[in-house]
Each structure stands twice: as C-alpha cells, then as structure tokens.
Design a protein around this ligand. Structure first.
Ligand code: FHN
Length: 587
C-alpha cells in the first residue's frame, strides 16, 4: 500500500474564483513587419479553424477484411500492414459524388471558423489533388477524376476563410524511400530520393496551383535532416512568403508552435504563437463506428480555454468516402457557431489572460480596456475575482448586455450572478476597466504559478478509446485496461513547471470496486523512460476525496506530459478522477 492517508479531505465541488493582479499582458512576441510577421498577426486574430482529414482511408473507415482496428482511422494502412498494391486499389473505388465544396466552406463559416486546413496528402501517400509529380492522385487514379481542392480553395476565398494544406512530408507509406512502410520496403531508405522525386514537386504544385495559402501544415517530422528541412522551408517561402509553416516541419523551422494532438497547455503559453489540432471524436479520418462525439459545451469551453492561454483551435472533421461531413460533426459545429455569433467579440482578436488560472471556473481574454470573463463552470450566485488592480467601470453579460452588479475593494472583485448561467455553454461577463491594459497583482500573473497547482480532468487530453469525461461530476472515468493507447489523462506543462512535486489525487470510487494500482508518470521528451509514482485505489464510499500519494516526482521544463491511469486491471475502471494536485517542494 503506497497511498498516504493524511490528506484525506472531503472536496466541495462548488468552486470559488480567487485571482489577484498586476499585469503584464502576455501575447505573441512582437513579430517582424515582414510577410510572415503580418500573416502571424492575422493568424493570431482569427483563432478558430477547420481541419479536414479526407483520403482513401475513409473507405475502410476503421475496418479491414472484416477486422476492426483500434486507433485513428487514417492509420489503417499502417496498423493492418496493408501492402501498397492492395491499398492502392482503394483509389479505383473512391468516387465522392456527394462532395460539395460550397457546403463544406459554408459549414466552416457557420461554425465561426476563419481558416481551413485539409489533407492534401496524408501518410498513406495518396494525393487528394491533381499532381503531375505522382499519378497516385485523385484526378488520375480514381473514377472521380476531379480536383476537389480547386473547388474548396475557391469556396473558402469567396467567404474570406483562410485556406491551407496539410502535407505529410516525412511519412509516406506508398514510397520506398520515405519513412513508415517497413512491410513492403524493409531495405535502407534514401530520403533524398523521396524528397526530390515527390515532396518538393508536390509542395511546389500546392503553392502554385491553389491561390494564396494561409499556411502549410507539415506533420510527424522524423528522417529529414536540418538541411533538407531548411530547403523545404525556403521552397515554401520563395513561392509564397506569407504562407505560414507549422512547427511540425521539424528542426525548429516553423513559424508557429504546434501542440500535440488534443493537447492544451495547462496555463498561458506566451513564448510564441501556437495552435491545438483537435478531434471531434477519437479519430481524424472517418471511422464508421466512432460515435464518441465531444459535447459542444466541452468544445466551447476548450475554445475559450485555448484563446485565454494564447492559442488557436484547429478542430477536425473526417468526411466520408462519399464526400459528406458526418451529421453529428455538422450539428456540433453549428452549435459552436451560434455561440460565437453572440460571443465572438470575446474570442476573435482577443489577447490571452494576464492571470494564471487557479481552477476551471473561468477563463479570461482581453481587449484594450476590456476583460472578458468566460464562466465555464457556474460558481453559484457569486464570482470572486482577486487580483485585478484596474478599476472596473462597468460589468455586463455579453449575451444580453444586462448589467452585472459588483463590488471592488482593492484588488478583490465580487460579481453578483443569477443562480443559473445566462448561456448554457459559456457565459461571458465583460468588465470595462479604467486602464487600456489590465493591471494584475504579481502573485496572480499568468507567469506566476502557485505552489499548489490543480490539474483537472476537464483540462486533460483524454487518451484511449474507452475513457470518458462526465460533465455532471467534472471527472473522467472508465479507465479500462488497454495494451495500446492506454486509457489515461495527459496534461501538458509546456515548460511551465520546474521542480520536485508531491502529488494528491482527488477521485471517487465505490468501496467494492477499489483495488487497482494507479500510476502517475512524467513523460520525458524524446525518451522512452518515465518518472513514475504508483499507488493503489482505495474505496471512498463513492464520494470525492483527496489523498496524497507516497513520494514525489521531478518535472523539468522540457518534459512532455504528466499522465494518470490505471494500467494494470479493470477492478477500479469506474474510478472518477476529478483532478490531481501538484504541490511544489520548497528549494
Ligand atoms: O499521424 C498523424 C495523424 O494521423 C493526424 O494527422 C494528426 C493530426 O495532428 N497528426 C499526426 C499525429 O500527430
């Protein structure tokens, strides 16, 4: 038994905000006034984009020869080790007659998305555009015979939606000299052959055939050398200087930082501009049995969370092989769009929070003279905000302009709220302040994290197919055992933590279901090794309780993520994990 019982306290789920202040506004570092700098400034303003994963993998849709494959749908060729000659035959069946570029672009617009990024070539190597560089493309190899990217680029331009291409520059399972396919091509690779023969010519086609691109989105860098990546970057910039490049080009050659998939930094991240690519369910490419759709409340909360921390949100849809964006995705996106139509002022063009976030009650965005409080988890009749030193002149709900009564004493602000939220997803309160930029007391600034830091299930990446988030209790559950892609929660500090930490976990478990070993781990960047703490789940009589874990973990600025899971058995699968708390050791 490794668990320590001393910190055995009952948790009240009612959350009270406590913030204080003297501000220096975080934001993207000043950009040079060149084409890239201007494009980045624009990118920073638009905040919300549509990601589209569309390719041959939409035909098998998660199943190959009658067998279901776990994991993301567009990886089926790899997971099922499908020989190139067999996979290629999917092209002869790809005929997306229901594809309608106007409808897709209109959906993006209805959702309030201001840019679009679509897979021009994913890891399977199939070009979804007309390519002279490889006949393995939608125009030459399918009965469809048309280039849907031309129509999509035009439909986006018409609506002033930025347009960009995803391009898998390193992995290509169709090519012997690219990375990834060792079942057809076990020999040594010469990336230069693949690069010169396919990547450079196709990237050139993308940058010359589809009008101005907002960005090119590379992915999973691996084999390419720094010199090769530099050349790739130069090619892009020589053709379109204002086309942004994401950091997954590799070797730190991107214009902005890409977080991990579905990975949101735990606090404000202001070192450079960044973007979170995220799924609506558990896959990118269409998978017929994946109905694990995220709740719009969750997604609207995540949008506010990401923008409050300084990022953009790139939310994915996976159209079917017929060219239809799944109905559920459409419904969810239009719900987000309705919220944005009313509350967009607090998102587009807004700067991130000058405060750090003590919990998950609220998030915060800023414009000159205004602070927007996004109330994500309703605190009851009062919201306390400690730390704002700027005088508040006026407070009102963004949704209906009704005034909010408040009292301000020093840097403590108390807002009177109705019993129920004004908006079911995210109620925004506008604070008009006497300063252009909010002044925030030092202890509450975004870059001053408290010694006790809560990492909530709400803000974690849910990793694995079975794990679920439960809105009613704000907790994650169903930690069933899985060999690959374990059911775990992952939190991403992105450099904000450095020290030795004791850990508490706050969870509930029925007494009869107790017993599973749990593991809290820190994943070191680029290393297989993890630092771990282990304990055993004890019954809590079904109530949420906090318990300390024996030992401490060291977290360094370069570490990738912190995880929580029950990897060894299913006895306590129904544990509800509300949060883990990191308590920094002195010294
Ligand atoms: O392997 C890909 C995956 O299929 C998907 O395209 C995501 C989107 O960010 N990127 C890679 C994994 O990170």
């Amino acid at each position: 038994m490794f668990i320590r019982r001393s910190l055995f306290s009952c948790i009240a789920l009612a959350l009270v905000v406590s913030v204080e202040a003297r501000a220096c506004l975080p934001g993207t570092a000043a950009q040079p006034a060149d084409a890239t700098g201007e494009a980045l400034a624009h990118f920073d303003r638009i905040k919300f984009g549509m990601f589209i994963h569309w390719g041959l993998y939409a035909i098998p849709a998660g199943e190959w020869k009658g067998k279901y494959y776990r994991g993301i749908g567009e990886w089926i060729m790899f997971r099922a080790r499908i020989p190139v000659r067999e996979y290629e035959q999917l092209a002869s069946r790809f005929n997306p007659l229901k594809f309608n570029a106007e409808e897709w672009a209109q959906l993006a617009q209805d959702a309030g998305m201001r840019y679009m990024v679509i897979t021009s070539k994913h890891h399977d190597g199939f070009a979804m555009f007309g390519s002279k560089a490889s006949r393995y493309n939608i125009v030459d190899a399918t009965p469809y015979g048309r280039d849907p990217m031309k129509e999509l680029a035009a439909a986006c331009a018409k609506r002033n939606i930025g347009f960009g291409f995803y391009y898998s520059q390193d992995q290509d399972w169709h090519e012997p000299h690219a990375r990834g396919n060792d079942w057809d091509f076990p020999h040594e690779r010469k990336p230069e052959i693949y690069l010169r023969g396919k990547v450079f010519p196709q990237v050139k086609e993308l940058l010359t055939g589809y009008g101005p691109l907002s960005l090119i989105w590379f992915d999973t860098p691996g084999l390419l050398s720094e010199k090769q990546v530099t050349e790739l970057r130069q090619l892009v910039k020589s053709l379109q200087p204002s086309c942004l490049i994401n950091s997954r080009i590799g070797h730190n050659k991107g214009d902005y930082f890409q977080t991990g998939d579905n990975a949101i930094p735990i606090q404000v991240y202001s070192r450079m501009k960044w973007e979170v690519p995220a799924t609506l369910n558990d896959t990118w490419g269409y998978k017929k049995n994946d109905q694990n759709w995220k709740d719009p409340a969750d997604l609207i909360g995540k949008l506010a969370d990401i923008v409050s921390k300084g990022g953009n949100y790139l939310l994915n849809v996976g159209p079917t092989a017929e060219g239809v964006i799944p109905e559920a995705s459409q419904r969810i996106l239009r719900t987000i769009g309705k919220w944005l139509a009313v509350n967009g002022e607090s998102i587009y063009g807004a700067s991130p929070s000058p405060f750090h976030f003590p919990d998950i009650t609220w998030r915060c965005t800023v414009k000159p003279g205004r602070v927007y409080l996004h109330i994500l988890n309703w605190p009851g009749r009062q919201l306390m905000l400690n730390g704002l030193e700027s005088r508040v002149r006026r407070a009102y709900f963004l949704a209906n302009r009704r005034p909010v009564t408040f009292r301000q004493k020093g840097s403590a602000l108390a807002l009177d709220l109705p019993a129920e939220p004004v908006d079911p997803y995210n109620t925004v309160v506008v604070l008009e302040i006497a300063d252009e930029t909010p002044r925030v007391a030092e202890a509450y600034r975004h870059d001053r994290l408290p010694a006790r830091l809560d990492l909530y299930a709400w803000s974690a990446r849910l990793r694995g197919e079975e794990i679920r988030y439960d809105r009613a209790t704000l907790s994650a559950t169903n930690f069933v055992k899985a060999e690959t892609e374990r059911n775990e929660l992952w939190w991403y500090p992105y450099g904000s933590l450095d020290g030795e930490y004791e850990v508490e976990i706050t969870y509930s478990c029925e007494d009869q279901a107790a017993g599973s070993p749990f593991r809290i781990a820190v994943q070191r960047s680029g290393q297989a090794s993890r630092e771990e703490l282990r304990g055993r789940i004890e019954g809590t009589g079904g109530r949420f309780l906090s318990r300390g874990v024996e030992g401490a973990i060291r977290i360094r600025p370069g570490d990738q993520y912190i995880s929580f899971g029950l990897p060894e058995d299913d006895r306590s699968a129904k544990v509800r994990l509300w949060k883990i708390t990191l308590v920094r050791r002195a010294g």
